[in-house]
Design a protein around this ligand. Structure first.
Ligand code: IPE
Ligand code: IPE
Ligand code: MG
Length: 240
């Protein structure tokens, strides 16, 4: 048993599927298919390590700008993978949530989302938030618009309650694979005090040992939330 502090909530920008496929002279969609397997492996490894919430970026608001063939391939793959995986996810105690703008999604995709959420709603072992047609700016705007509709003041507390991840605490650790070091409109609001870990591995190659390395790195950090080191040392955060 290790004493490593395990992040409660890990969020991941699963980047590098296209390059993984290109390197093998395969169509980009082959990389996305491999990416689904990598996500399954990662979710199991998170569960085994005691992580309770995993949030992944699967399709951004901006990804609609990709070639039509890739977009339609991704939509097909998403609907297919959902149908194929939901029984195993249910048996594994995973609660699936889909985060993002549902307007503009094809009926087949919407049906898959709604049925997967209903099937796994009672599960409590691991919450898996799949950000699909998601953008951090969209999230802030939709929350602010809802507050206005309800006649509520735009305060930090009200926004927190209305953001799309209000059912979970903010991510402790944000991982991005694929070598880029940018946020690409991911959890702009929720990552205010997250620790960041960038991996050069392409998402399909991100395995259990890579996850372990990210968790180890997280365990070395001192999170100060604006305070001084001395203050944090004197009053360390309570462990779960
Ligand atoms: C991430 O992989 C998955 C999606 C954006 C859907 P990419 O498709 O961005 O892979 P690269 O960055 O082109 O290698
Ligand atoms: C971010 O990756 C979105 C997802 C992983 C779904 P991108 O590949 O779209 O990001 P950029 O365009 O390189 O910033
Ligand atoms: Mg990319």
């Amino acid at each position: 048993m290790t004493l490593t502090q395990v992040p409660h909530h890990i969020a991941i920008v699963m980047d590098g599927n296209g390059r993984w496929a290109n390197k093998r002279f395969l169509p980009r969609i082959a990389g996305h298919k491999q990416g689904v397997d990598s996500l399954k492996r990662c979710a199991k490894a998170c569960d085994a390590r005691g992580v309770r919430v995993l949030t992944v970026f699967a399709f951004s608001s901006e990804n609609w700008q990709r070639p039509a063939e890739e977009v339609s391939g991704l939509m097909e793959l998403f609907a297919f993978a959902l149908g194929r995986e939901v029984a195993e996810l249910k048996a594994d105690g995973v609660q699936l949530r889909f985060i993002g703008d549902r307007q503009g999604l094809a009926p087949k995709v919407l049906r898959g989302i709604e049925s997967a959420e209903a099937t796994t709603a009672q599960n409590t072992r691991l919450v898996l938030n799949v950000c699909f047609n998601y953008g951090g700016r969209w999230d802030i705007v939709q929350a602010a618009a809802r507050l206005c509709q309800q006649g509520l003041a735009v305060t930090e507390a009200h926004l927190n309650q209305t953001m799309s991840l209000s059912h979970v605490p903010d991510p402790d650790l944000v991982i991005r694979t694929g070598g880029e070091q940018r946020i690409s409109n991911f959890l702009l609001w929720q990552s205010a005090y997250s620790e960041f870990f960038f991996s050069d591995l392409l998402w399909p190659d991100f395995d259990e040992s890579a996850l372990e390395a990210a968790i180890e790195s997280f365990a070395q950090r001192q999170r100060r939330f604006g305070k001084t080191s001395e203050q944090v040392d004197a009053n360390p955060p309570a462990k779960e």
